[in-house]
Ligand binder design. Structure first.
Ligand SMILES: Nc1ncnc2c1ncn2[C@@H]1O[C@H](COP(=O)(O)OP(=O)(O)O)[C@@H](O)[C@H]1O
Ligand SMILES: [Mg+2]
Length: 243
């Protein structure tokens, strides 16, 4: 079953066609890689799916229901989480407090009874430990290392128990040891039933992690399939060399 269907999606910014008639199908339980040269429209696809920017044309269906035209909060509430190319961590909140922000953003904050906050904190602590960063729970966001921020952002997204998570360059600027840890966390979450769409430049990371790849160039899908087939596809090589 397809969890997310993107159908003939288009978006232009002035004279730039950022996303051009793009269709994607994300099967439930998969880890799909969305790759392509810089400026090929990957982040824009994420912004369109999550309702951060309006589309010009096309449709998006999550669990067979159209989400086109919905805002980010609604889409988040339906079960689609995302991370950002630059991790969005609040520097003056502790790591644990950062974990509780998405809960509030989903509109539950004012309504949560004390007992429920206790429950949320317990969940947050368990998720930090799952990501192996339990020890930094009381540290301020601003004091965390780059890698810890990456892990914290992923942990925070998982607090809403999303069914689909869009990761924008989770391995960007990360050292090789941490890279492997991030891949492991994604695999473990996937084994627990979470579907992933991953934008990433690190080809080793993508080839290792993803069940299938979709290749964008100038906003268009130019290739797709198993990682080993995509890597051997001359059309893909051309797109990267041309960029
Ligand atoms: N908010 C925006 N305003 C104007 N142009 C944009 C905006 N966002 C993206 N673009 C342009 O759209 C194209 C695709 O960008 P982007 O989706 O960020 O690519 P990628 O994530 O693949 O590097 C680029 O040409 C970029 O300059
Ligand atoms: Mg991008």
């Amino acid at each position: 079953m397809s969890l997310l269907e993107v159908e003939r999606l288009s978006k232009r910014f002035g004279g730039v066609v950022a996303v051009d008639d793009c269709s994607l199908s994300i099967p439930k339980g998969s880890i799909i890689g969305l790759i392509g040269p810089n400026g090929s429209g990957k982040t824009t696809v994420f912004n369109l799916i999550t309702g951060f920017i309006p589309r010009d044309a096309g449709d998006m269906r999550f669990k067979s229901r159209s989400i086109a035209g919905l805002g980010p909060d609604r889409i988040y509430g339906l079960g689609i989480g995302r991370t950002f190319q630059l991790a969005r961590i609040f520097p003056r909140l502790t790591a644990l407090e950062n974990m509780l922000v998405p809960v509030r953003r989903a509109g539950m904050g004012g309504l949560l009874a004390r007992a429920q906050w206790g429950h949320e904190k317990t969940r947050a602590m368990a998720m930090l430990e799952f990501m192996d960063i339990g020890s930094v729970a009381s540290m301020l966001g601003g004091a965390l290392s780059y890698g810890q921020r990456k892990l914290l952002e992923l942990a925070a997204v998982m607090m809403a128990e999303p069914e689909l998570v869009l990761l924008d360059e989770p391995a960007g600027g990360v050292n090789p040891a941490l890279l492997e840890r991030i891949a492991d966390h994604i695999r473990r979450l996937n084994a627990g039933g979470v579907t992933f769409l991953v934008v990433e430049h690190n080809m080793g990371f993508v080839m290792n992690l993803c069940t299938e790849l979709v290749v964008l160039a100038q906003g268009r899908v130019i290739a797709g399939g198993k990682p080993e087939d995509v890597r051997a596809n001359p059309v893909v090589l051309d797109a990267y060399l041309g960029a």
